[in-house]
Design a protein around this ligand. Sequence first.
Ligand SMILES: *Cc1c(COP(=O)(O)O)cnc(C)c1O
Length: 389
Amino acid sequence: MQLADRVEKVPPYLFVEISRKIAAKKAQGIKVISFGIGDPDLATPSSVIDELRNTSLDTPNHRYPETDGLPEFRQAVADWYKKRFKVTLHPDNEILPLIGAKEGIGHASLCFINPGDIALVPDPGYPVYSVGTWFAGGECHWMNLKESEDWLPNLSDIPSNVAKKAKVMWLNYPNNPTGAIVTKEYFKEVIDFAKSYDIAVMHDACYTEVAYDNYKPISFLEVEGAKDVGLEFHSLSKSYNMTGWRIGMAAGNQEMIDALMVIKSNLDSGIPNAVQYMGIEALKATDKEIEARNQIYQSRRDRVVSTLNDIGLKAKAPLASLYVWVKVPGGYSSAEFAELLLEERNVVVTAGNGYGPSGEGYIRLSLTISEEDLEEGIDRLKGWKIPKK
Ligand SMILES: *Cc1c(COP(=O)(O)O)cnc(C)c1O
C-alpha cells in the first residue's frame, strides 16, 4: 500500500509526547489534572436537549438532510446575526450550515487553493487552517503573531510578492490560543489589504459568545466591505456547550458561500435535521443566559490567573475565549515547562509551540475544566517554587 503524501506528511498529533507521559502517570495510579483540552465541561442547555428529544421522533427527520440545511435554521442564523451584530444576511444565499466550524474551515481551502497556491496563516493558530491548505495542495505563508502587536498579524510584514500570489487569509478573533481580541479598525485594514491583492478573508469567529468583563466581541461582517471579500465561520460548540452535536455555520460573500456549497454537496449530506432544530433553539438564548454561563468561566479565569501570578508567572486575564495564554519563565522552552508541571505538580497544560513556532515560550491553560478539578489543579500549583533553569 502506498499512502498519499497528504496523509504521510501531516504533522504528528501535537500531544503525542504529553499523552504518553499522562498515560505513564495513570499507570502509576497518579491522577493528573488537565488544563489541556478546550471542550466545554458544562451541559448543553436543557431546552436544546428537549428539542432533540421531540424532533428525533418525526420520521421526516430520519431521512437525508439537505446540504444547505433547513430553511428554518438558516433563518434562525440570519435573525441571530441581526440581533447580535446588526448584520443583515440573506438566509438563502449568504448563510451555509456546517457540520461544525472545523468541517467548513477544512473544506474552505478546497474553494480557493489550487496546487502551489499560497494561504496566509496565523502562527500560532488553530491547526485546521494550515492542514486544510496542505490537503488542497497549497502552501502556508506564516503570519507571525507577537505579544507586542497584540497578537494581530502585521500586514506590512507580508512581502508584496507573497501577497500578490496569496489566495486566502485566515484570521481568528477572539483568538485560540492567545485569547486576543480584534478591533473594527484592524478589520478595516484587512479588508483594504484583501481588496488590493484580491485575497479571500476567512474569519473564524467561534468565540464571539465567550467573553468577560462586559466585553462584547465583534463580527468581521459588521465592518463595511467585509461581505465583498470574505466569509465568517461560527460554531455552536463553544457558544452553547454543543461540541458533541456538531453544528456551525458560514456566513458572508454569496459567491464564496456558493463555492463552499459545491464542495460540501459533493462530500457530505448536511447536518441531521434534529440537530438543526437544536441549533434553532440554542440561538434563541437570551443575553442573560449567555452572561450567566460566561460568569462561570470568568470566575475560573480569575482564579487561574491569580494562581499563576502567585507562583511568579505574568498572566493576564483574557477578555474573551476559553484560554489563559501565559509566558513561561526565562530559560525554559514551552515543552520543557509543560513537562516540568506534569512531573512536579501532576498538572497538564498545552505547550504553546504546538500551535506553531511563534507560540514558543508560552503555555495555554483551558478553562473548560470541572470546578472540582479546577480547585484541585489550583491547590497543586499553589506554593510551587519554580526551579531556576
Ligand atoms: C473549537 C474550535 C473550532 C471548532 O469548532 P466546531 O464547530 O466544534 O468544529 C474552530 N475554530 C477554533 C479556533 C476553535 O477553537
